[in-house]
Ligand binder design. Structure first.
Ligand code: NAD
Ligand code: DAU
Length: 360
């Protein structure tokens, strides 16, 4: 079985769906999953409830920094691989309160590595050789690009600019060190901005869709010209499956959508899609809700991924264009109001008040 940390979050939850659908499309018996998740504001068991209900997936609520809990999960369930998604993931939250980011992303990853190392070192030889620790990281560790710079490659020097990206960079370095020092069989993937179903509505794309549907302002930071490389989440999940199967130990692989788009263009694309699929009652375009607000401190200008290594060595490439992915995403949010209701918790409302009150 696989141990998935953070499997009740956005990408981890999509990975659980992808894992079982992939096995079924290949006619294979699905390998079970154990999800270890603290269930912070971003963790939502409802995202994976269909798999929890069938018993193919099991959810254990625990903090990855709790070594006793991690040890217990490893020795009880005996995974052949750990896929480590659990993190504090939102840059704006890291600016307002970095402490949780250091706790989970650095101390938590350290705890997980330590327990994984002990567990792995005591496995019988065959299982030991097959074991993998797959660390999910981000392109943000490479810092910010100018328009004329080439995209990030695996050899781009680290230059993290936010408490979030610094904490992810720290976790990447720990993972690397556990390979070089102890021989723990690690793989790391650094991916660009994901989007798709089950995306928590603090991030740009789901926030814009849900605000528009409620006729609320669409808050664009700064001049709206920052660029992100958008990756449909299921393309990312497939990349993880393939790197887990074929990746070279100790290597890092950049995963990108080949979709560099300015924020303002992302927002207007969503608006136009909604104008077609769910026109406003008074017929005015959703774009009239766009409001420029105070910029994010230290806002990285541009991210872009050169995915040639994963294409060449693993044979992966994204299946979705931004046009097809955003169409699926907007339709998913229109069709899944029950899921949206489950995330409209007190914590989410408090966050919106805190982050946007001072920007307008
Ligand atoms: P998310 O915030 O949606 O989910 C994070 C999950 O981790 C939640 O279920 C949460 O409950 C859990 N978690 C948080 N702290 C924990 C702890 N101490 N112990 C156990 N569980 C804990 O994040 P996401 O967007 O799904 O990101 C998943 C991973 O991918 C992260 O490592 C993130 O850095 C990385 N990543 C995300 C993106 C993106 O665009 N979302 C891009 C690049 C990399
Ligand atoms: O690049 C990978 C990273 O992508 C991941 O490591 C992070 O976990 C993930 O959250 C994401 O980080 P970003 O900061 O790029 O994503 P976010 O959705 O917060 O913002 C995307 C862009 O949109 C960014 O330039 C800031 C801008 N923005 C965001 C919000 C929430 C706005 O203009 N308005 C907003 O209200």
């Amino acid at each position: 079985m696989l141990l998935i940390t953070g499997g009740a979050g956005f990408i981890g939850g999509n990975f659980v769906h992808h894992w079982f659908e992939r096995a079924s499309s290949q006619g294979a018996v699905p390998e079970p999953i154990v999800v270890l998740d603290k269930l912070t504001y971003a963790g939502n068991p409802y995202t994976i409830s269909e798999h929890l209900n069938t018993g193919r997936a099991t959810l254990i609520q625990a903090d990855i920094a709790d070594r006793d809990a991690v040890r217990d999960v490893l020795t009880t369930h005996r995974p052949r691989a750990v896929i480590h998604f659990a993190a504090e993931s939102h840059v704006d939250r890291s600016i307002l309160g970095p402490g949780e980011f250091i706790h989970t992303n650095m101390v938590g990853t350290f705890s997980l590595l330590e327990e994984a190392r002990t567990y792995w070192s005591e496995l019988p030889e065959g299982e030991k050789a097959a074991f993998r620790f797959h660390h999910i990281s981000t392109d943000e560790v490479f810092g910010s690009l100018e328009d004329s710079d080439p995209p990030f490659s695996e050899t781009t020097p680290y230059a993290p600019n936010s408490p979030y990206s610094a904490s992810k960079a720290g976790s990447d370095h720990l993972v690397r060190a556990y390979f070089h020092t102890y021989g723990l069989p690690v793989l790391t993937t650094n991916c660009s901005n994901n989007y798709g179903p089950y995306h928590f509505p603090e991030k740009l794309i789901p926030l814009m869709i849900l605000n528009a549907l409620e006729d609320k302002p669409l808050p664009v930071y700064g001049d709206g010209l920052n660029i992100r490389d958008w990756l449909y989440v299921r393309d990312h999940c497939e990349a993880i499956c393939q790197v887990l199967e074929k990746g070279r130990l100790g290597e890092t692989y950049n995963v990108g959508g080949i979709n560099e788009i300015r924020n303002i263009d992302v927002v207007t694309t969503i608006c136009r899609k909604l104008d077609t699929l769910r026109p406003r009652a008074d017929g005015t375009p959703y774009e009239s809700l766009i409001t420029y607000v105070k910029d994010r401190p230290g806002h990285d200008r541009r991210y872009a991924i050169d995915p040639s290594k994963i294409q060449r060595e693993i044979g992966w490439q994204p299946a979705e264009s931004f046009e097809s992915g955003i169409d699926k995403t907007v339709r998913w949010f229109l069709d899944n109001t029950a899921w949206i209701d489950t995330v409209r918790s007190g914590a989410y409302r408090d966050w919106l008040d805190q982050n946007y009150a001072e920007r307008t």
